[in-house]
Every structure is written in structure tokens, then in C-alpha cells.
Design a protein around this ligand. Structure first.
Ligand code: HEC
Length: 287
């Protein structure tokens, strides 16, 4: 039996296709062969990045789990990223390993909140320090330059006009605009400083589902947007102008996360401290 399993393992390693899951799961349930299955996992994951492999990874906890699961991170779609993260969060050691890697920076706002409030103090502390310096130096300078806006009295009516000029291509408020970005009725409670940061430094904290992707199709077409939905066969991208486009996975030549928000940096070019104060007053007015 042991020999048979050993031969099976060698065959799995050599095979082009991922080995049949049922067979691997059977091997994994056998105490004697668990270690061997662990060594197969990186290759299996490379050949087919799916939930079954992830389940096995979570169960067997191979030491190098974070390394091989996070390889090729930029090409992962939001759904797969989510599954990888959930797998890593199944272990405290892996959660810490994740926080020590650059990929942690692409955790969205929901994950950041979850990790900074982690019941294990060590993890919460590490998360707080990793996410504290999410702001780049150039963005910090812009935020600094606009600090005076926080002391000015904003005029909500003027703010509505600014909003119509700069923001409605992505946000809908008071029945005007496109719904490419999140519904801003929910930010009415945010304090002025938080709103200012959201506007001037959008990629510091990205709302779930709004990370931008570059997608190149085999026919040469370039798409840039967020992945709104995905199935095993296709992806739907939401792009500027609120256009949606579904593409078959088989049509995709490459898919790359930009690691940044779909909300662009640089909107301040159209703002002054006063118009930013007006905009903030408008956002804080209950709709
Ligand atoms: C090109 C599209 C685009 C434009 C233009 C844009 N936004 Fe955004 N905005 C987004 C996206 C996408 C998000 C969600 C991702 C994120 O949090 O960065 C977002 C997030 C936000 C948030 C945070 C929402 C939350 O729930 O915390 C605020 C506030 C905001 N935008 C305000 C504005 C304002 C004000 C303007 C105009 C000055 C503006 N946006 C222009 C796309 C855009």
C-alpha cells in the first residue's frame, strides 16, 4: 500500500494536470502520507488554484503556505484573493506572515478593520502598524496642503456644484451621477478629516470590491475597471462611464491588479481648500 501511494505521489508531481482531488484527499487522510501530500500542495495550487486545494492547505497547514498561496497575487481576481486570505487567516502564524508581506497592503477596508480588531493582540498590533503607513509621501504632502480646509466653514450648496463637476462620473448622490463607485449616502457620518483623506488619498484605504484591474484580451483590447462579478468561465468588469463588459476567461491574455483604488489620485487639481470644505459640507448633509 505504502509503495502504491508513493508511486502515486511521484506521478502526481510529474503530471501536467492537477492530480484528482479525491485521490489526494485520501492520501492526506493517511497519517503516514500527510507530509508527502504537503509537499505536493504548491504544485497542485500552481496547476489549479481552486477551493478544494485551499481546503486541503487549510487542513494540512504546510509551512510554506503563505509563500506559495501568495505567489502571482497581482493576477488573482477578487474572489480568489478573498479565498486565499480566508485560508491564511485560518492560522495565527499565517496571519502574521501575511502581515509581513507586501501583499498585505492590498487588503481592503473591511479586511483592515477585521485585522486591526483581531482578538489576538499581537496580530491586531502588527496590523495597526502595517496599515498605518498606507499613505505615500506625495499623498501625505497633498493632504497636508489641504489641511486648512478643515478649519473653513463649508457651504453645502456650493459643494453640490463641485460634486457635479468632479465626482458624478463615479458617484451618484441626490439622484445625479453614475454608480461606478460606492453609494456616498453612507459617508454622511464620517468626520471631515476622514472624508478629506478619502478624497485626496483614495488608495490608502480601498472599499471592498473597488480595487482596479488591468485586463488585456487576446484580441489586444485593454480594459481597466473593477471586477464586479466572476464565475468559473467569465468575469464582468465595471469601467469608467459605468460601462460593464463580460469577458470569457478564455479570452483573457492577462489580468493584473493595480493595487490601487479605481478612484484616482489627483482630483485635488480641481479643488481649493474652500471648495473641498464645501464638498465635505455637502457630503455631510443628510440626503
Ligand atoms: C473615477 C471614479 C471616481 C471619481 C471621479 C471619484 N470617485 Fe470617490 N470613489 C470611487 C471608488 C471606486 C471608490 C471606492 C474605492 C475606495 O474606497 O477608494 C470611491 C470612494 C470614495 C469615498 C469613500 C467611500 C467610503 O465608503 O468610505 C468617498 C468619500 C469618495 N469616493 C468621494 C468622492 C468625491 C467627493 C469625489 C469628487 C471629488 C470622488 N469621490 C470622485 C470612484 C471615484
Amino acid at each position: 500500500m505504502a509503495d502504491l501511494l508513493h508511486t502515486a505521489a511521484e506521478e502526481f508531481k510529474a503530471a501536467k494536470e492537477a492530480p484528482p482531488m479525491a485521490a489526494v484527499a485520501l492520501l492526506a487522510s493517511d497519517r503516514e502520507h500527510r507530509e508527502m501530500v504537503k509537499t505536493l500542495l504548491p504544485e497542485m495550487w500552481k496547476k489549479s488554484a481552486n477551493t478544494e486545494v485551499l481546503r486541503l492547505v487549510a487542513k494540512l497547514q504546510p509551512k510554506d503556505g503563505p509563500e506559495f498561496l501568495l505567489a502571482g497575487w497581482n493576477e488573482r481576481t477578487p474572489a480568489v484573493r478573498m479565498q486565499i486570505i480566508e485560508t491564511l487567516l485560518s492560522s495565527d502564524a499565517w496571519t502574521l506572515a501575511l502581515l509581513q508581506r507586501p501583499e498585505a497592503k492590498s487588503c481592503d477596508a473591511a479586511l483592515r478593520a477585521r485585522l486591526t480588531k483581531h482578538p489576538k493582540k499581537e496580530i491586531a498590533k502588527q496590523a495597526a502598524s502595517v496599515f498605518a503607513d498606507a499613505t505615500s509621501a506625495t499623498r501625505a504632502a497633498v493632504v497636508e496642503k489641504f489641511q486648512p480646509a478643515l478649519k473653513l466653514t463649508g457651504n453645502a450648496a456650493n459643494g453640490k456644484t463641485v460634486f457635479a463637476q468632479v465626482c458624478i462620473s463615479c458617484h451618484k448622490l441626490d439622484g445625479v451621477g453614475l454608480e461606478l463607485g460606492p453609494d456616498l449616502r453612507s459617508v454622511v457620518q464620517h468626520d471631515a478629516e476622514k472624508l478629506m483623506n478619502s478624497i485626496l488619498d483614495p488608495s490608502a484605504i480601498i472599499e471592498p470590491g473597488f480595487m482596479a484591474y488591468n485586463c488585456t484580451l487576446k484580441n489586444g483590447a485593454q480594459l481597466y475597471g473593477v471586477i464586479a462579478t466572476e464565475t468559473s468561465a467569465s468575469l464582468t468588469l465595471k469601467m469608467a462611464g459605468n460601462l460593464t463588459k463580460s469577458v470569457l476567461r478564455s479570452e483573457i491574455a492577462s489580468l493584473q491588479s493595480t493595487g490601487t483604488s479605481l478612484m484616482p489620485e489627483g482630483l485635488e487639481a480641481a479643488l481649493t481648500p474652500q471648495s473641498l470644505a464645501d464638498l465635505i459640507a455637502y457630503l455631510k448633509t443628510p440626503k
